[in-house]
Design a protein around this ligand. Structure first.
Ligand code: PGA
Length: 254
């Protein structure tokens, strides 16, 4: 089964609008030869419209990093799926481990956000991953199962066609430590089989599962050539065109 690779840049809390525009421009200009790999930029909310103006006439996708599930109301500081959609964005990262760790997100809130995003026509990039403690105590598979089944509870096959899953071992995020290709492949295969159990062959064969956690030019090719790794969610290395583009090019070559 050949699935197009998908490389997303998670800009986290970085870039003013001027810087964002410059980076998006560089990525656009230098990725015109990319034909088989999907590129998604996920800047802070404040830069979404600015970047949409840069990428709207290209194949580059745009995503937010978070959203709230309610449509409106007294929720100071939150934004909803419709607001994200109105910027021109088509994607939203949901349940990133930093959201789970610092902003108390749970499998239940992740599930609510996914449903609210899908209702508005946004494609969720759903993050799962174990902590170092959990890996060392040998409960990675259990944690992944709980997170995947919790996140996807109540979804149907049509909705699953809109979803990307990102496996991001927490201990590999921003640490320079990457899961070995074998470690990553093992969890990716497990996630695909969990999706298979819940939604059947067609959904599990088509769903794209990204790896995230210190992906860079040097390790991209070996990770992306694993059979169940369909792309990367990139943090640190996506903040400069010189470090992000080689990852996209590695995906395109495969
Ligand atoms: P990193 O971040 O590439 O800096 O490890 C990945 C992520 O958190 O999505």
């Amino acid at each position: 089964m050949k699935r197009n690779k998908v490389i997303a840049g998670n800009w986290k809390l970085h870039k003013s609008n001027t810087e964002a525009q410059q980076l998006a421009n560089q990525i656009k200009i230098r990725s015109t030869d990319i034909k088989n790999t999907d590129i998604i930029l996920c800047p802070p909310f404040t830069a979404l419209t600015v970047i949409y103006d840069v990428v709207k006439d290209s194949a580059i996708g745009l995503g937010a990093q978070n959203m709230y599930w309610e449509k409106s109301g007294a929720f100071t500081g939150e934004i909803n799926a419709e607001m994200i959609k109105s910027t021109g964005a088509g994607y939203v990262i949901i349940g990133h481990s930093e959201r789970r760790q610092y902003f108390a997100e749970t499998d239940e809130t992740v599930n609510k956000k996914i449903k609210a995003a899908l209702d508005e026509g946004l494609k969720p990039i759903v993050c799962v991953g174990e902590s170092l403690d959990q890996r060392e105590t040998g409960i990675t598979a259990q944690i992944i199962e709980t997170q995947v089944t919790g996140a996807l509870a109540g979804l149907n096959e049509q909705q699953m066609a809109e979803i990307i899953i990102a496996y991001e071992p927490v201990w590999a995020i921003g640490t320079g430590k990457t899961a070995s290709p074998e470690q990553a492949q093992e969890v990716h295969a497990q996630i695909r089989s969990l999706v298979n159990k819940q939604f059947g062959d067609a959904v599990s064969e088509n769903i794209r599962i990204q790896y995230g956690g210190s992906v860079k030019a040097e390790n991209a090719e070996i990770l992306l050539s694993q059979p169940d790794i369909d792309g990367a969610l990139v943090g640190g290395a996506c903040l400069k065109a010189e470090t992000f583009l080689p990852i996209i090019q590695a995906a395109e070559k495969l």
